[in-house]
Write a protein of this length. Structure first.
Length: 95
């Protein structure tokens, strides 16, 4: 059975089903969301909590998309360099 983990995000306490995740991981996620919400609060005027949550979700989605783009770019670079190295090795084996 999944363990419930109690987390606090932006002053509100939630019980979250951890599923297969370790409780420490769930706590880490909650701290990340809390930090993002607090950063937004520090840079914007007062707004309703639901609007704050949506802006936080958009910021986290932006982080995710940037990481995915970076990963894909790195993966393509590795593939290109690997193919180049393979061609160099093949050329040396032919000689």
């Amino acid at each position: 059975m999944a363990e419930d983990v109690e987390v606090e995000i932006f002053g509100q306490v939630f019980r979250v089903a951890a599923g297969e995740a370790a409780p420490a991981y769930i706590q880490r996620l909650a701290r990340y969301v809390d930090e993002k919400m607090r950063v937004i609060t520090s840079t914007t005027k007062t707004m309703p909590l639901n609007r704050m949550a949506i802006l936080t979700a958009l910021n986290i989605a932006d982080d995710l998309f940037k990481l995915q783009d970076s990963y894909e770019q790195s993966s393509r670079l590795i593939d290109t360099k690997t193919e180049h190295l393979i061609s160099l090795v093949r050329a040396q084996l032919v000689e």
